[in-house]
Design a protein around this ligand. Structure first.
Ligand code: HEM
Length: 415
């Protein structure tokens, strides 16, 4: 039996240096061992491209990391009935499901996210982004001064796109964004936020009420939107339960918001820091699809994902036991020198670029074609509209989140 254990001074996953530069921080883990035990976090940390891929794609790990929290997340813990709502919803999420339930759900939910469906959504996305850029330009004309690009632009893109695809009025898009941000506190591991449970619970209750009303309205009056599609899947008796339908709507609102917002904001910061990339985007001399793949690799929004060990096994000379937990650091896998040439350099025309910013294996992101489309329009169009934009800090603050690589704000002079 073998276990390589990190030294004490390297165990704080949210230390200032780990939050500021996870690539360098987890690179040091990789140098010790690509799979290593963190005694403070009490779990295995995977940091090489090969071990992350293998662990996510194989059958040694399980995604069901929710049922064991049943006691903690339900009224059994402290008699709080409302706590149940979080567990009841999350336990239905495809992202925690295991086969065969996962296979069944994926089939039922995937229609609106197929590459073909997304191709048809291109015009909608282009219109929304043109509208958002017009609104931003007008806002700056009316009130000159710095803006927070994270909230004023990056967050607006997914909120408005998913709202329109779900048939939700634009004026409610901001509410969806707010609820998503509150849920992030709980789900994506904000270790420091003391009030995270109560805030996330409130957001959950409001969001669930909103979604239930929306589903009822679409049932009465179906449209051509994603929710009507899923209501039809539910009502045609193919096996999507009412709870799965409601929970999946919540997952899509939440899952697509933070991630896409952070991809856009992280990329606009990277462009600010790399003048050659800015020039290439302004001139249109780089393919936007290729550029987005490189942004996903270089500064993608998913820092890491969680699994539980499903069965005893050995990997990279370590002995893992069923029931232990594991953190797969996508940020490290995507900048592993064993898999990418010059991994710390932003090369917008990088080829090949086999990053795993959307995960890999059966849970690989369902919304990836939509996220790619949004980023391929939102990033180059912003740079072309405001070619001289300037981020007002050289040392921006990052969210101290275990699973997310995202900024607290992106104060910018938009020119
Ligand atoms: C840049 C944007 C995005 C990134 C980086 C991203 C990343 C990911 C990752 C890493 C996973 C795998 C999680 C795991 O294995 O535990 C995932 C799953 C998922 N994502 Fe995304 N995501 C993005 C946008 C979206 C969007 C826009 C949607 C929907 C509107 C979405 C819906 C989902 C769903 C439903 C799953 C679960 C799939 C399954 O379990 O089979 N994501 N995403």
């Amino acid at each position: 039996m073998s276990k390589t254990v990190l030294p004490d001074h390297m165990t704080d996953l949210l230390s200032p240096v780990a939050v500021k530069d996870p690539y360098m921080y987890f690179g040091k883990y990789r140098e010790i061992s690509p799979v290593v035990w963190n005694p403070q976090w009490k779990g295995w940390i995977f940091t090489s491209n090969a071990t992350v891929r293998e662990g996510l794609a194989g059958d040694t790990m399980t995604s069901d990391r929710i049922t064991r929290f049943e006691d903690q997340l339900t009224s059994r813990a402290g008699g709080d009935q409302n706590a149940d709502i979080i567990y009841r919803t999350m336990v239905q999420w495809i992202v925690y499901a295991t086969p065969p339930r996962h296979t069944h759900l994926r089939l039922l939910l995937s229609k609106p996210f197929s590459p073909r469906a997304v191709k048809n959504q291109k015009a909608v996305v282009e219109t929304i982004i043109a509208e958002l850029l017009d609104e931003l330009e007008q806002k700056i004309k009316n009130k000159p001064g710095p803006v927070d690009l994270l909230r004023e632009y990056a967050a607006q893109v997914p909120a408005r796109v998913i709202s329109r695809l779900m048939g939700i009025p634009d004026q409610d898009a901001a509410k969806l964004g707010h609820w998503s941000e509150e849920l992030t506190l709980l789900i994506l591991g904000a270790m420091g936020a003391e009030d995270r449970h109560s805030r996330a619970k409130e957001a959950f209750i409001e969001l669930e009420n909103y979604v239930r009303k929306m589903v009822a309205a679409r049932r009465k009056n179906p449209g051509t939107d994603l929710v009507s599609d899923w209501v039809a899947a539910r009502d045609s008796n193919v096996g999507l339960t009412e709870e799965e339908l409601i929970s999946s709507c919540i997952l899509v609102i939440f899952g697509g918001h933070e991630t896409t917002m952070n991809l856009i904001a992280n990329s606009l910061l990277a462009v600010h820091q790399h003048p050659a990339a800015r020039q290439a985007l302004i001139e249109g001399s780089v393919d936007s699809a290729m550029a987005v793949e490189e942004f996903l690799r270089f500064c993608g929004p998913t820092r890491s994902i969680l699994r539980d060990v499903a069965k005893d096994h050995e990997v990279a000379g370590q002995t893992l036991r069923a029931g232990e937990r594991a953190l797969f650091v996508l940020a490290a896998a995507n900048q592993d020198p064993g898999a990418f040439e010059d991994p710390g350099t932003l090369k917008l025309d990088r080829s090949p670029n086999r990053h795993i910013a959307f995960g890999t294996g059966i849970h690989q992101c369902l919304g990836a074609p939509l996220a790619r489309l949004e980023a391929q329009v939102a990033i180059p169009e912003f740079v072309r509209r405001f070619p001289g934009y300037r981020v007002l800090t050289e040392d921006p603050e990052w969210q101290p989140l275990l699973m997310t690589r995202g900024l607290k704000a992106l104060p910018t002079e938009v020119l």
